[in-house]
Design a protein around this ligand. Structure first.
Ligand code: 13P
Ligand code: SF4
Length: 319
């Protein structure tokens, strides 16, 4: 414990010395989330991470999250130095949508507006008309649908089909999924709900349709935390990465949170719903990158120039 306190103090000192700011996602270790908040950085969902990084005057951003978040920060601010605790922290959605195959898919459907989820590589974003995050994807597709546009959506099939059902848009879906959210189980969730009839169910839309169907609220990480805070209920079942519980408990003290069932968490695995790549962010590697200015994110400038249009469209729409 003393070691941890010393490491945190060292990180605070280094952030000052390096004139750097820490931007963290809700799924990373709670200590990193707290540090981001305490030092004037931010802890949030992917949309707010992007906006905060773009607008903050610091020349160095440390992004505690996964690779696409660091790349998005770099694309939005090519002049800034973007560091990440571990450059191998990726995402199954990003891995499941290689740029060359995606490009061929787009070529085969030139009549469609290409909308990609933030959880993709810079090269995939460069091929897109729009980038969206889970907090705003539904509104943007509804807007495009109202203009009569047909959509090509990638990569998350669950988020895509949820948006498709909600908006009625014509959407052709890439078949990717998040390895964390794909594990939530509808039948088991239904049984858990029966045990806790007073509980409200909060679900991230990367979850399978039969899990989303049982939700009281479907939304991004920030939207789910807000719901926990403001809804008139004291017990919540939460179907998203359990890293979110750190902030939920702090934001809604006295309320009770139960993790939604996954294939394994009933008997064998107490924390199945935790992203292995988000878990690669720790105090030690955060301190190291600040000390050495190592693990810098680079995006090919030409790719960045093409990708920024899709991201800017979303940020302008959200403004
Ligand atoms: P949010 O944008 O909702 O924070 O989601 C990011 C993510 O990777 C969810 O798995
Ligand atoms: Fe990707 Fe899923 Fe991890 Fe989010 S939780 S970063 S979608 S693998």
């Amino acid at each position: 414990a003393a070691e941890k306190v010393a490491l945190k103090e060292r990180i605070k000192r280094l952030l000052k010395e390096r004139e750097a700011v820490l931007v963290a996602h809700y799924y990373v270790d709670g200590d990193l989330q707290d540090l981001a908040e305490e030092t004037g950085g931010c802890v949030s969902d992917s949309l707010e991470m992007a906006r905060f990084g773009r607008d903050h005057p610091a020349k160095t951003l440390v992004v505690a999250g996964v690779r696409f978040m660091g790349e998005t920060a770099k694309i939005l601010s090519p002049e800034k130095r973007i560091l990440m605790p571990d450059l191998d922290a990726t995402c199954s959605l990003d891995l499941g949508c290689p740029a060359d195959e995606f490009s061929a898919f787009c070529d085969a459907h030139p009549d469609r507006t290409v909308v990609v989820y933030a959880n993709t590589s810079a090269a995939v974003k460069a091929r897109a008309d729009w980038m969206v995050t889970s907090s705003i994807g539904l509104d943007i597709v509804a807007h495009l649908h109202a203009q009569g546009k047909k959509i090509l959506w990638a990569p998350d099939k669950h988020l895509g089909s949820y948006i498709q059902k909600q908006t009625g848009a014509d959407m052709l879906l890439w078949q990717g999924s998040c390895l964390v959210h794909d594990e939530f189980k509808g039948i088991e969730l239904d049984l858990l709900k029966a045990e806790h009839p007073e509980a409200r169910v909060l679900v991230h839309p990367e979850s399978p349709a039969n899990v989303v169907a049982l939700a009281d609220v479907v939304g991004s990480t920030t939207q789910l935390i807000n719901a926990a805070q403001t809804m008139d209920a004291t017990t919540f079942i939460v179907a998203t990465d359990n890293g979110i519980l750190h902030k939920m408990r702090a934001a809604a003290p006295g309320k009770h949170f139960i993790e939604a069932p996954t294939a394994g968490n009933s008997a064998t695995c107490k924390s199945c719903a935790h992203c292995p790549w988000m878990a690669m962010n720790g105090l030690q590697n955060l301190a190291d990158v600040l000390e050495n200015f190592s693990n810098e994110i680079h995006v090919d400038p030409q790719v960045g120039k093409e990708a920024v249009r899709a991201i800017d469209r979303m940020l302008d729409f959200a403004a």
